[in-house]
Design a protein around this ligand. Structure first.
Ligand code: SAM
Length: 289
């Protein structure tokens, strides 16, 4: 595995994914009963943005200035985006940054940990040893948190259904493997069979519409519960960049999640635009019944 999330931490895709993830957690917390949060591809939990453009033989351009960097000093944010930025700010400050620009960025496990109640539980899986060691140093040993150095797809099979009977799963792979969408499809089939009511969010890059539409048809073939697709594009089809946008497919989205996501994505499409022709889309790919 060559993928290191450090290079991408805090980019536009992280902003989108993390704002929607916090919306999902808050929606599940409307009920008093606790739930398990399973992060199948958890990463290292925290990122030093000063390292973002260094660390391997390739020339890298830091991506966070076009993501969290755009949000940092911006006024009049929608409430859910404001909440996300305040959480990142608190993390950055607590990690020791005294400078005006952001430096320390929380990954999905850290963000969910901040919001988790005593009745909620976090199961964090990371296959890469060095990343998992960093994650363990960040969050291991905390009450209600377990860290596993293992394949997230295998872990998901082992951990559903959980004793709580309520689950939020984030599947956020690096998409290095050619067959990543197929692996996700297999994991979803098994997860839905084991726990039809699980809320499962899958992040995907928009590098080609055809691959994503094929993924949607894999999802539909499984006759799953309701599925919502939330997409953000920061540039139009003809722009030269490889990843023009990203999406989050949500299986069993909480009630009115579509209505909460729409204005946030519309705001982000404008605030994070890098070239003309971007936009936001919230669409049921399997309708609510
Ligand atoms: N979810 C994290 C966040 O939002 O902060 C970012 C995760 S990053 C996109 C993907 C991570 O998955 C990388 O840290 C990579 O090492 C890890 N990974 C790759 N293949 C994996 C697998 N099969 N199981 C678990 N982790 C894997």
């Amino acid at each position: 595995m060559n993928y290191r999330h450090h290079f991408h931490a805090g980019n536009f895709a992280d902003v989108m994914k993390h704002v929607l993830l916090l919306q999902l957690v808050r929606a599940l917390q409307k009920k008093e009963k606790g739930f398990v949060y399973i992060d199948t591809h958890a990463g290292r939990g925290a990122y030093d943005l000063e390292w973002a453009a260094t660390g391997d033989s390739l020339a890298r351009k830091a991506e966070w200035p076009e993501g969290i960097g755009r949000m940092w000093e911006r006024a009049a944010l929608p409430p859910d985006v404001q909440d996300y930025v305040e959480r990142v700010r608190a993390f950055d400050r607590d990690a020791g940054n005294l400078l005006p620009a952001p430096r320390f960025y929380p990954g999905s496990p850290r963000l969910v940990r901040q919001l988790a109640r005593s009745q909620d539980r976090l199961v964090l899986c990371e296959k890469h040893s060095a990343e998992c060691a960093a994650l363990r140093a960040e969050l291991g040993g905390q009450a209600g948190v377990s860290v596993h150095e293992m394949d997230g797809y295998v872990a998901l099979r082992a951990m559903l259904p959980p004793p709580e009977r309520r689950a939020l799963v984030l599947i956020d792979p690096p998409f290095e493997a050619q067959d990543e969408f197929a692996q996700i499809g297999d994991a979803l089939r098994e997860a839905i069979r084991r726990m039809p009511a699980a809320v499962i969010a899958v992040w995907y890059p928009l590098t080609g519409r055809a691959r994503v539409d094929e993924f949607f048809s894999i999802v539909r073939q499984q006759n799953p519960p309701p599925v919502l697709a939330c997409e953000l594009t920061v540039a139009g089809e003809t722009a030269p960049m490889t990843m023009k946008g990203c999406g989050l497919v949500v299986i069993n989205p909480p009630w009115q999640f579509d209505r909460a996501a729409q204005p946030v994505l519309a705001f982000l499409a404008d605030a994070l635009a890098q070239a003309p022709g971007g936009g936001a889309r919230v669409e049921w790919i399997v309708a609510e019944r």
